[in-house]
Structure formats: C-alpha cells, structure tokens
Design a binder for this molecule. Sequence first.
Ligand SMILES: C[S@@+](CC[C@H](N)C(=O)[O-])C[C@H]1O[C@@H](n2cnc3c(N)ncnc32)[C@H](O)[C@@H]1O
Length: 260
Amino acid sequence: MIIYFSFFLILLNLFLIYFINKKKIKKFFTKNKIETVHLDQLNDIFINKQVDQNLFGPKEDVIVKNFCIPPNNPIVGMTSDYEAWIISSLSKISNNIFEFGTCSGKTTYLMALNSPTNAKIISITLNPKNIGEVYKQKLDNNTALRNIYNESKYKKFLFSETKFEKKIEILFQNSLDFDENLFLDKFDLIFIDGGHTYSVIKNDSEKSFKMIKPNGIILWHDFVPGKESAKNVVKYINEISNIKIIKHIKDTSLCYYKGG
Ligand SMILES: C[S@@+](CC[C@H](N)C(=O)[O-])C[C@H]1O[C@@H](n2cnc3c(N)ncnc32)[C@H](O)[C@@H]1O
C-alpha cells in the first residue's frame, strides 16, 4: 500500500513540475537552429554612441516618434514597445515598406510617422467580412487559425483620418491571393506579421523573398519557441534557415533576413 502511495506522490509531483514549467519544458524540446544576436548586428544605426566612460546611449538615427497603447485598451495582436522602436528606427531609413497583417494599424502608423516624407507603406490585411473564406489547410495550427479570426476585426485603423494616412495603402485581400510579381525587388523593409498558420507564414515569407530589395530587411514577428500560437512561425523559420541566413534579435520575438 505504501509503495502505491509513494508511486502516486511521485507521479503527482512530476505532473505538478510539468504543469508549472510547461513553457520552459516545451521550449527545451522545440528544435531551434536560429542564432540569437544583439540588435546592433541588424544595422549600424543601433550601435550605441559613447556619452561618457560608463555611459552609452542611442544615436540620433534611432530617436523616433512613438505612442503607447496602455494596458486598459484592449487592442489585439501588437508588438512590444521595444520591437515597435526597432521597426520605427528602420522605417526612418526606408522609402518603400510592406507589411503583412495590419490589425489595428499600430505598426503601420509608426512606420508612417517615422519614414521619410515621400515614403510609401503598403499593408495587407483580411477584411472582417471575408474571414469566412479563410480555411484550415494541412499543417495549419488551430490556435494560429483562431487568432486570425480574432485579429481580423478592424475596418478603420489607428492612423485613419490623420495626416499620415496618405502615406499608407491598405490592401483588403487574402495574402494567399496577393500577386507579389507586381512588386519584385521593391521594398526596403518588409514586416511579416499576418496569419501565423503554416500555409500563410510560408506564403508571406516566400513572396517577401521576391519583393525585398537586394539590400533590404525582412522582419518576422512572433518567433517564440514553445508558444502554441507561434508554433508554425518557428517551424517555418527553422526550415527556411537551411537555405537563407536568418537571425533572431535578442530579447524580442523578431527574426530578420538581410537581402543581398
Ligand atoms: C498579429 S495581427 C497584425 C498586427 C500588426 N502588424 C501590428 O503590429 O499592430 C495579424 C493580422 O494579419 C491579418 N491576416 C491574417 N491572415 C491573413 C491573410 N491570409 N491575408 C492577409 N492578412 C491576414 C489579420 O487580418 C490581422 O490583421
């Protein structure tokens, strides 16, 4: 009897350890070949200037126009403030920008606020009234598919009716039907943050590799090994890293590819 009870206690403990550390354990067992690097490897603009012997800080290149969405504003699908600052800084040196996934338009707005006056930003997103046309395909993760439905709910955006709206073109279209051949070698910066299902992330990435300028930058959002909704993003990026050099930026969920 004591043996059975001890065995039961051991099992219970193992279950509790797994339950409490579920994320860490999943992350440990998720195959990840992507190298994590410091932000200043992405672009020289992120190399700090030395202010004093023991003080380093941002150069003017990365001083940006910014806004925050406070926690009581229930906007879905956003980047962190650190990630938003990285994208804003890169926008300062980008004349042609493409975004997969507009959602509330938070990142699109930041791109418009920080890019040069004549810059053009194109962002593709699903029209809320057409989400019934989005179907699960082989290899698509269920949580990621559910998020596509939840995040496709905006018809107006944070930049709507502001003076920055004229820099932005919104394509209400399923990116699976989008013709990338109209934009070959066109963009300085592409941000991939649309559907996180395998079929969509593969489609958006393959189209981006064709649309990026030789010296441009592609950024992926939500590279989070172990996170259920990001499973397909992590899987695809690991697969494509066999033929493309992709790196992960430390302390973010961003990965990048530099053209050229
Ligand atoms: C995570 S949100 C984007 C967040 C936004 N980039 C930001 O930083 O504020 C995902 C967006 O991708 C869009 N999306 C998902 N699947 C798509 C598809 N197949 N084609 C076009 N847009 C898609 C959704 O409609 C939603 O607007």
